[in-house]
Design a protein around this ligand. Sequence first.
Ligand code: VG1
Ligand code: CO
Length: 639
Amino acid sequence: MAAITVASSLLSSKPSTSILSPPIHSSTSSFLSLNRLPSSLSLRSLSLNRLPSSLSPRPSLRRAIDPIRASASSATTVAEPGGLKVTVVPTKPVEGQKTGTSGLRKKVKVFTQENYLANWIQALFNSLAPEDYKGGLLVLGGDGRYFNREAAHIIIKIAAGNGVGKILVGRDGIMSTPAVSAVIRKQKANGGFIMSASHNPGGPENDWGIKFNYSSGQPAPESITDKIYGNTLSISEVKMADIPDVDLSKLGVTKYGSFSVEVVDPVSDYLELMETVFDFNLIKDLLRSDFRFIFDAMHAVTGAYANPIFVKRLGADPGSIINAVPSEDFGQGHPDPNLTYAKELVDIMYGENAPDFGAASDGDGDRNMILGKGFFVTPSDSVAIIAANAQAAIPYFKNGPKGLARSMPTSGALDLVADKLNLPFFEVPTGWKFFGNLMDAGKLSICGEESFGTGSDHIREKDGIWAVLAWLSIIAYRNKDKKVAEKLISVEDVVKEHWATYGRNFFSRYDYEECESEGANKMVDYLRDLISKSKSGDKYGSYTLQFADDFMYTDPVDGSVASKQGVRFVFTDGSRIIFRLSGTGSAGATIRIYIEQFEPDVSKHDMDAQEALKPLIDVALSVSKLKDFAGREKPTVIT
Ligand code: VG1
Ligand code: CO
């Protein structure tokens, strides 16, 4: 690794736009001669390796194995047009590189195995049509987690080796998932990579992940991810440009023949977009008054966005942003904004003298949690309330949303809004990739998932900061005519008013994390068998079954079919119990149970959700025999 770190520290002294000739040999004849001397690459590495390690800017850069260097001794070098030298590194397939709900996620120890990441990146290029990347523009961002820096260099070199024209990378490799989507769209890029395992913990002992989005800014659909997986099983070589590591800490362009890397500010394009979506002056007025706001970045990527947006641009108190410095292990926390893992914020919001508004976001900035003073807004309610108020409070929706959508396990609160506003409505499987086609076809504006994901067609990802700005807009709009010292309409008031209008969908999710895969799979098999035998009218406690199935979705735009997306029991009163296995974990199996019951009676709306749902939760646990199959008494997380 020393070869790479030294090269990058030398580069950092260059002016911000440097035109570097190819690092070793620039003429075709020298490529040819190199071609006959495959050992030249390792010789160069050896000599550079002798330079003092004190030149290394970051000790962490030397920790991980460089998968490409590890096999460089048997590599051959070929000439490529454009003055870029490409090394073809022989490799072998690695098992298990199938992407889940959102990208490929594994333990860091797995990703740092020889060629593991390189194989997947090359398999991705092998899956795309050449016109989708040759000479094209790609975006690269990440959430700042451990291994991102090393991974960025590997991705840049393989992209260059495959003929990509230019990479836009966030400074220090930082760019949130929604910002990557925004930049792809604004800069008309062919696609982009996000180095993140999202809400999964980071650090040498924890998780790493990679996601690929394509030209609309949308997560790659299964048609692409299936191809990538297929190619990982037959891969035999990785094409890698022989260029030094680029200094990612300095803004500017570095050129290598026909390839270039531009380090960009990760915030500016995203902030510019937010300014077109929201009325910033409206939010500014709210944040300036006696309204108290707090945002918890959970030591993750939104730390880079919170200060420029909430403090500098919108005038929030600098002390209102907590855990604002992205760290490689998220301060040893679990960057998942829910009632369990965002404990610090929850304690503040439920404590004495709590602020009026609290919010948090996850590792890569696409999730959000919204809290009022001593009050939690469920994500299912949140998207419904945003949809109901969007036209009035958010300029982007001034003509009204085009359509609404939610993932299948998300509560039916949004359905009721769609009904009232007479809007097209869609129910899709879990995972944001299913919303994009509907947005591209102009059928969908606002959508959400129960898993703390909310967003709109301003980009093609869920968007944590957008959700916070949407809620601030709603509160600001509702209070815009209030005089100083007059009592403000609170988050809780807005939610309760919504329930009074539409009824309340009590909702809860139970997660049983890191169960034995065998037991979890057996439970799902058992449930599938059960639904095949069930019939309408069957009794489950005091509930009568309307139907039970394994959710299947046919995309109304391209006709693609996603099956086995969750076992559901739907009862005659609209109550639902849903079972799914998580597709984002990196070890064992996580069982998720989703429980929902509609309550039209306002006098019952103040009930605690766990209390209101108790009979249905008991049915869910007994129907699934979860305790027997998973050997668990209690869930790890209750939402
Ligand atoms: C979970 C959520 C899902 C979300 C996905 C990615 O998936 O349930 O709604 O889209 O995470 O979110 P699963 O398969 O574990 O249930 V993120 O913030 O990781 O990009
Ligand atoms: Co995320």
